[in-house]
Design a binder for this molecule. Structure first.
Ligand code: CA
Length: 506
């Protein structure tokens, strides 16, 4: 009897171990991406540090936002709190949980139609990564995995500065290249072994059930370090094109998203190796426009230029607009703590082409300014919620309304985000439609159309603090409670109109 029980227990254990991760939704990713800092999001075991089980416990909330993907800031072992300096790319940070916890997160997310994207920072490793430690020996096979120069080999180069810093860091009688910080030495992508290893790491996680990656510092992969340059855009783009081909051949639905905090021409080149590049222009241009005023028509034209450049450089690829991310002052603070302004910014974001990225807490108006820790503070679930993390005490969120206070309030910022994400998902024109500027008689207004599958939606936003006249086309139907009366001749201050236009020829 005991033997049978033991055998049954063994079978159960084997079955659990072999339980496949529930499959992700099929086809290309279309919808909102929710960026989460796991350490700050939700705690499951009372140690105050956010973890994967805590996040899994909040997936109903993520689903209620209308998110179709999670972007997890790095979840790998790392000596830092933020995790962008990785010491092992094939396991989970023990503070965040285990591989089993990660498997459960994937399954539970997929069951809700939510994909999981991992932040994979491979431009550099931690200086404590075993590869780097090994590479410090001159005769090690890992020597070529990084950029090393010996003292006296090229003193002019060693003294050069990039961004007011010397990227060549001294260690003993040699120097290594670390663009961002001496704790993050850059990998050498001229080494075929490095290219192989990084590609294998991506395939390892995709095989595990992960749905794609956000790639950090994508334009810096090749730096022309020997010439003292921070990036070689053409060589970096060529690397990503090869990476993209190799990944898509096996995982055609994998979503590859690049960070390139760069000018439009550089971003357009990097896009050739990705599905989308996060669009820093949107927040950079929208925040001052809403806060200080300006031309909505100029904003619209600037967007059209971006989409035009992308379409020329990389036809068919997408965009990923956002308001602010983990490296920037939070948009609510940047907009002067105004709910009406933040709601307008959200409506603009949700009516643009591409997959909009929402940084956790943005939807409840969390605030924060540099240093970085203050941009990444605990998610405010509400008093007494055991998932609250305590990893960093926020200076800026003493009066921010929590999720529990906002979720029953139809006028809350959270409710605006939920309604706009749902509206976007319900209309192919908003979800995947083309973009064309629309000429409004008042150039203070932002106005554009989105068209797909026989539907055209005219989007009008008023970023100013007074009502503006707008002549709605005949037959236009008001789509949203967020908007003022349809057919109206005026758009109230900080308000939006979403109008479905009659089909041509009818
Ligand atoms: Ca924890």
């Amino acid at each position: 009897m005991r033997k049978i029980i033991r055998f049954a227990a063994l079978l159960t254990a084997l079955a659990l171990f072999a339980l496949p991760v529930q499959a992700a939704p099929e086809g290309p990713l279309e919808g909102m991406i929710y960026e989460v800092f796991v350490r700050a999001f939700a705690d499951s075991d009372g140690d105050g540090i956010g973890d994967l089980k805590g996040l899994t416990g909040k997936l109903d909330y993520v689903e209620s936002l209308g998110a179709k993907a999670l972007w997890l800031m790095p979840v790998f072992p790392s000596p830092s709190y933020h995790g962008y300096d990785v010491t092992d790319y094939r396991s989970i940070n023990p503070e965040y949980g285990t591989m089993e916890d990660f498997e459960l997160l994937l399954s539970e997310a997929h069951a809700r139609g939510i994909r999981v994207l991992l932040d994979l920072p491979i431009n550099h490793t931690s200086s404590q990564h075993p590869w780097f430690i090994e590479s410090q020996k001159e005769d090690s096979p890992y020597r070529s995995w990084y950029h090393w120069l010996k003292a006296g080999e090229n003193d002019a180069l060693l003294g050069q500065k990039v961004w007011d810093n010397k990227p060549w860091k001294q260690l003993g009688d040699a120097y290594y290249y670390a663009l961002f910080w001496d704790g993050m030495p850059d990998l050498n992508f001229s080494s075929p072994e490095v290219v192989r290893e990084v590609t294998d790491i991506a395939k390892y996680w995709l095989s595990f059930g992960v749905d794609g990656f956000r790639m950090d510092a994508a334009s810096h992969i090749f730096a022309r370090a020997e010439q003292g340059m921070s990036q070689d855009v053409e060589a970096s783009a060529a690397f990503w094109q090869g990476f993209y081909r190799e990944i898509k051949a096996v995982f055609p639905d994998a979503y590859l998203l690049a960070e390139a905090w760069e000018s439009l021409d550089i971003r357009s080149r990097i896009l050739t190796g990705f599905d989308a590049v996060v669009n820093f222009d949107v927040g950079d241009q929208l925040i001052p426009l809403i806060k200080q005023g300006g031309s909505g028509a100029a904003f619209t034209q600037a967007l059209a230029r971006v989409y035009g450049a992308y379409e020329q450089a990389a036809p068919g690829r997408g965009d990923a607009p956002f308001l602010s991310n983990h490296d920037q002052p939070r948009v609510f603070a940047a907009l002067g703590y105004s709910k009406d302004r933040a709601a307008l910014a959200a409506r603009v974001l949700m009516t643009l082409p591409g997959n909009p990225v929402v940084y956790y807490g943005e939807e409840i108006g969390m605030a924060g300014a540099k240093p970085d820790e203050e941009l990444r503070t605990p998610m405010l679930w509400g008093e007494g919620d055991s998932a609250l993390t305590t990893w960093h005490d926020s200076r800026y969120n003493k009066r921010t309304q929590s999720v529990s206070l906002q979720q029953e309030d139809a006028d809350s910022l959270l409710s605006v985000y939920r309604r706009m994400a749902a509206l976007r998902q319900a209309h192919p024109a908003l979800l995947r439609g083309s973009f064309a500027p629309y000429e409004a008689s008042d150039s203070a207004l932002m106005a554009w159309t989105r068209t797909a599958e026989g539907e055209t939606i005219l989007v009008v936003h008023n970023p100013t603090s007074e009502a503006r006249a707008f002549e709605a086309p005949e037959g236009a139907l008001n789509l949203s409670d967020e908007a003022s009366a349809a057919g109206g001749l005026s758009v109230p201050a900080l308000s939006s109109l979403l109008l479905r236009l009659p089909m041509e020829g009818i």
